[in-house]
Ligand binder design. Structure first.
Ligand code: FAD
Ligand code: 2HG
Ligand code: ZN
Length: 475
C-alpha cells in the first residue's frame, strides 16, 4: 500500500486536517477505492475526502465545517449495505464520513442488561463483548464481521433472529447523534421506559444517514442461550412451510429463534457457486427451512424440535428433516444459508427485492409474482429466500448472464413494478430490512402516500436545513 500525503490546498482542507489530523484522512488511492464502491460492486462514486474522526467531538467539528461550507456528507460504517446508501455520487464533491475509528465499548452493565458502544464498533465485536459479560446481543447478519453498529442502526437491520428478538430498532435504548449543524444530541439513556415527548431515537433509527450521524448507542442485552437445536427441512409447498412455522411456534414458543427459507433453486445456486457446502438432505426439495430453537437451559430442546418435525413428516406437512448432531453440523447448515449473498454476486446481475408481507399471504404472493414475472420475462430465474418467520423475503431475480447494462436497467424497472405492485396489493412493504438508499429511492416515491412523503420531507428539511446529509439517498 502506498500512502501519498495529500497536499493541503484549500482552507476547507486545512481546517479538516486541523480537526482530524493526517491519520483521520484516507489519502492512499488504493485504500480510498474501497470506500467508494459498495459491497455488491453495484454503485461506484468518488469522495472529495474520506474522513475518519476518532471522537464524537471531532466528528461534530467536521459536521460544523461541512454545514458552514454547504459540503455534502455521506456517512459510512462497514460499507456492507445492500441499497447503495453509503456510496457517494460521481461528482467528487461529497465527503465520505467514515465512523470506523469510533471503536470504543463505553460501558457494559450486566445488571441493567445494556452495553454502550460507539458507532464504528463491529457487530461481531459487540456480540463478543456481550458474551464475555455472560450476556447475549442477538442481532445476527451474514455481514456481522464487517458491519458496524452505526450502520445497523441507520438501516434498522434485521437478520436471522428478528422472530425472537426484533430488529435493530427493538434492540436500541438510547442514541448519541451528531446533527447536521454539528450539535451533539446526547440521548444515551439505558431506560426501558421514557415517555418524555417525541421519540427522537426512533426518528434516527432507519434514517440511513439523511438526518445526522449516530455516534454511539445503548443496546439491550439478553440472557445467554446455552442450549440450541438446529434443523434443516425439505418440503414440497411453501404453504406447508408456513403451516410448519405456526406449529413450531406453538410447540417451542419463544424458544424459536430463526425460521429461514430457501427455495430449491436458491440452494442449487449456492451449491454451484460456493465450495465446501453440500445439500443436508438426500433428495432435492422445492423448499427448505433452516430452523433454530434456543434456550438458557437444555430441557430436552432437541427432542422437542425433533418430535415436532417427526409429527410434521407423519402428517405430510414436510418430506424430510435433519437435526444437527454437533456444533460443526449446525455450522454447516448456517454456512449454506450464509452462502446465498456471495453466490448471487458470482452468478451475475441480480434485481433485488427485499420485501415484507403478512406471513399468511406469502404463498399466494409468491405464486402470483412468479407467474407475473414468467409472463413478462420468461428468461430470468427467481432466487427466493429469506426470513420467512418475519414475513421477509429476498425475492431476487437473476438476469441472463449475457445481459447488457442497458437491458439490465430496463429489466429492473419492469421487474420492480411487477413485484412491488403485488407486494403493495398484498399489504406488504417494498423494504423490509435493507433500507431505501439509492436502490429504492424512486420506488419509495412511487408507493409512499403523499401525506407520508410530505411528513418525511418536513422532518428532513427541519433537521438538515442545508440539505447536506447523504443527498440522493432515501428521499
Ligand atoms: P454502511 O453500509 O456503511 O451504511 C449503510 C447506511 O447507513 C448508509 O445509508 C449510510 O450512510 C448509513 N450509515 C452508516 N453508519 C452511519 C452512522 N453512524 N450514522 C448515520 N448513518 C450511518 N442486512 C440485514 O438487515 N439483514 C441481513 O440478514 C443482512 N445480511 C447481509 C449479508 C451480507 C453478506 C451483506 C454484505 C450484507 C447484509 N445485510 C443485511 C446488509 C448490511 O450488512 C446491513 O444493512 C448493515 O446494517 C449495514 O451496516 P454497515 O455498517 O455496513 O453500514
Ligand atoms: C440475507 O438475508 C441478506 O442473507 C442478504 O439480507 C440478502 O443477498 C440478499 O439479497
Ligand atoms: Zn436478509
Amino acid at each position: 500500500m502506498t500512502v501519498a500525503k495529500q497536499s493541503v490546498q484549500t482552507p476547507f482542507e486545512e481546517k479538516l486536517c486541523a480537526i482530524v489530523g493526517d491519520a483521520g484522512i484516507v489519502a492512499a488511492e488504493d485504500e480510498k477505492a474501497s470506500y467508494e464502491v459498495d459491497w455488491l460492486g453495484k454503485w461506484k462514486g468518488r469522495g472529495s475526502f474520506i474522513v475518519r474522526p476518532d471522537t464524537t467531538q471531532a466528528l461534530a467539528q467536521v459536521m460544523r465545517l461541512c454545514n458552514e461550507t454547504r459540503t455534502p456528507v455521506v456517512p459510512q460504517g462497514g460499507n456492507t449495505g445492500m441499497s447503495g446508501g453509503a456510496t457517494p455520487d460521481e461528482s467528487g464533491a461529497q465527503v465520505i464520513l467514515s465512523t470506523t475509528r469510533l471503536r470504543s465499548i463505553r460501558e457494559v452493565d450486566p445488571l441493567n442488561n445494556t452495553i454502550t458502544v460507539e458507532a464504528g464498533v463491529l457487530l461481531a465485536h459487540v456480540q463478543e463483548q456481550a458474551d464475555r459479560a455472560n450476556r447475549f446481543f442477538p442481532l445476527s447478519l451474514g455481514s456481522e464481521g464487517s458491519c458496524t453498529i452505526g450502520g445497523n442502526l441507520a438501516t434498522n437491520a434485521g437478520g436471522i433472529a428478528v422472530l425472537r428478538y426484533g430488529n435493530m430498532r427493538e434492540l436500541a435504548l438510547g442514541l448519541e447523534v451528531v446533527l447536521p449543524d454539528g450539535r451533539i444530541w446526547n440521548g444515551l439513556r439505558g431506560l426501558r421506559k421514557d415517555n418524555t415527548g417525541y421519540d427522537l431515537r426512533d426518528l434516527f433509527i432507519g434514517s440511513e444517514g439523511t438526518l445526522g450521524i449516530i455516534t454511539a448507542a445503548v443496546l439491550k442485552l439478553f440472557p445467554k442461550p446455552t442450549a440450541r437445536a438446529t434443523a434443516w427441512v425439505g418440503c414440497a409447498e411453501l404453504g406447508k412451510l408456513v403451516q410448519l412455522l405456526a406449529r413450531v411456534r406453538d410447540t417451542c414458543g419463544d424458544r424459536l429463534v430463526a425460521f429461514e427459507m430457501l427455495t430449491g433453486q436458491s440452494l442449487r445456486l449456492i451449491l454451484d457457486q460456493i465450495a465446501d457446502v453440500r445439500d443436508p438432505l438426500d433428495q432435492p426439495h422445492a423448499f427448505h427451512a433452516l430452523i433454530e430453537v434456543a434456550d438458557t437451559r437444555d430441557d430436552g430442546l432437541s427432542a422437542l424440535l425433533e418430535g415436532c418435525l417427526e409429527r410434521a413428516v407423519a402428517d405430510g406437512l414436510i418430506d424430510d428433516a435433519a437435526i444437527a448432531s454437533s456444533l460443526a453440523h449446525r455450522q454447516a447448515f448456517w454456512k449454506i444459508r450464509e452462502g446465498i449473498s456471495p453466490a448471487q454476486v458470482r452468478a451475475g446481475k441480480v434485481v433485488k427485492h427485499d420485501i415484507a408481507l403478512p406471513v399468511s399471504v406469502i404463498p399466494r404472493f409468491v405464486d402470483a409474482a412468479e407467474s407475473a414475472i414468467r409472463s413478462v420475462m420468461p428468461q430470468v430465474h427467481v432466487i427466493n429466500f429469506g426470513h420467512l418467520g418475519d414475513g421477509n423475503l429476498h425475492f431476487n431475480v437473476l438476469l441472463p448472464k449475457d445481459v447488457s447494462t442497458g437491458d439490465a436497467a430496463a429489466a429492473t424497472v419492469l421487474l420492480n413494478r411487477v413485484v412491488h405492485d403485488l407486494v403493495v396489493e398484498n399489504g406488504g412493504s417494498i423494504s423490509a430490512e435493507h433500507g431505501i438508499g439509492q436502490l429504492r429511492r424512486d420506488e419509495l416515491r412511487h408507493y409512499k402516500s403523499a401525506v407520508e412523503f410530505d411528513l418525511m420531507m418536513t422532518l428532513k428539511q427541519s433537521i438538515d436545513r442545508n440539505q447536506i446529509m447523504n443527498p440522493g439517498k432515501l428521499i
